[in-house]
Design a protein around this ligand. Structure first.
Ligand code: PLP
Length: 365
């Protein structure tokens, strides 16, 4: 069976470093918000190209607390896409803010400048752009310039795009602040939960450090409202520090797999994504077919796992009842019906990729 991902392969490859990292933390007796967290935060901020990284417990907390740090509060309307599995929407609901859904571009599957403009003209307080599937949103530089000109803070969700860059500038440095997840299957994944906010704005960084720990500006002195407890532990930080130096190589391997798919896939009812180059870090390889469910069943019979990221757009989630019944997002809805994720992870061998290619190309033959 070809799996969609293989976590045990990566963990196995790093077994010694993981054990050394864990042993180091245990021996130190400092297990939460200590030197390992500080070291990882500095290394990750430097990798992204920003001045500050503030780690938290997971990527959804990073969105929630990061948005609070840039000034989003209960009752605010915030622009987001509806094709990223409710992560940002969940964070907005936790704040008590209201999502204003933008449609996405059919090719990039990300928000476009036109949609951001529409949302800003409609009066949103902030804009969230999600760099989906590992692709840096192609119009992010233009979106950042537009948001700056209109005085609307831009927040980037980079949970799927660690290391993706446009013109040498990495995702997470275009907006006022950005969020990352270190969930195990992400491009940079821990062996448990983890997340971070990255920013180069000192005020945002200061507020963020307070927000992740009870609102403390100093120990036991609370002066930032809306805070919670959301911290990365020392063991995950130490393990992430062991993984970080291998991130670029792992991303390059993901990109090579995507290129192999693009060169090999040739079924008339299958559409492959455009080549991403260095803007793409191959988090998920997502093709399209008008008969997606039949293709998925065919692959399953051929012993190949696939998945749909994501089947239900946010504005159609049952939790909302009919609240967004009038909202129509043509591209988002069409993509939800047609997208299919093929296996793509650094430990996958060329022969594994070729087997998937053969199975897709042989569909219906
Ligand atoms: C995984 C993910 C998140 C949430 O991260 P968690 O660590 O699981 O909370 C947010 N946004 C996107 C785009 C993601 O893929």
């Amino acid at each position: 069976m070809q799996q969609i991902n293989d976590l045990s392969a990566r963990i196995g490859q790093y077994q010694e470093q993981i054990q050394a990292a864990v042993a180091r933390v245990i021996a130190s007796g400092w297990v939460v918000l200590g030197p390992e967290v500080k070291q990882f935060e500095q290394a990750f901020a430097a990798y992204i190209g920003a001045s500050d990284c503030i780690s938290v417990a997971n990527g959804t907390d990073a969105i929630e607390l990061g948005l609070k740090a840039i000034g989003v509060a209960a009752g605010d309307r915030v622009a987001t896409v509806a094709n990223a599995s409710m992560y940002t929407t969940t964070a907005l609901l936790a704040i008590g803010a209201e999502p204003v859904f933008m449609d996405v571009d059919l090719d990039s599957r990300c928000a476009s400048l036109a949609e951001v403009t529409r949302a800003v003209d409609a009066g949103v307080k902030a804009v969230v752009v999600t760099h989906l599937y590992g692709l840096a949103a192609p119009e992010i530089a233009g979106i950042a310039a537009f948001c700056a000109q209109r005085g609307v803070p831009l927040f980037e969700d980079c949970a799927q795009a660690h290391g993706a860059a446009i013109g040498g500038k990495r995702t997470g440095t275009f907006g006022l602040a950005s969020s990352f997840s270190f969930y195990p299957t992400k491009n940079l994944g821990a062996t448990g939960d983890g997340g971070a906010v990255v920013t180069s704005d000192p005020d945002v960084a200061r507020r963020m450090r307070a927000l992740r720990q009870y609102g403390w500006s100093d120990k036991y002195k609370v002066d930032v409202a809306g805070a919670r407890n959301s911290r990365l532990d020392e063991m995950q930080a130490a393990i992430l520090s062991a993984f970080l130096p291998g991130l670029d190589d792992a991303n390059a391997r993901r990109l090579a797999i995507a290129e192999r798919y693009r060169a090999g896939l040739s079924h008339p009812e299958v559409q492959v994504p455009q080549a991403g180059g260095s803007a793409y870090v191959g988090h998920l390889y997502v093709i399209r077919s008008p008969r997606r469910d039949a293709l998925r069943a065919h692959l399953r019979e051929a012993g190949i796992a696939s998945d749909v990221h994501y089947p239900i757009p946010d504005h159609r989630q049952p939790v909302f009842g009919g609240r967004y019944a009038e909202v129509r997002l043509d591209n988002t809805e069409r993509l939800a019906a047609e997208i299919l994720t093929l296996p793509c992870y650094p430990e996958m061998r060329d022969a594994d990729v070729d087997r998937v290619v053969e199975a897709v190309n042989g569909w219906g033959k």
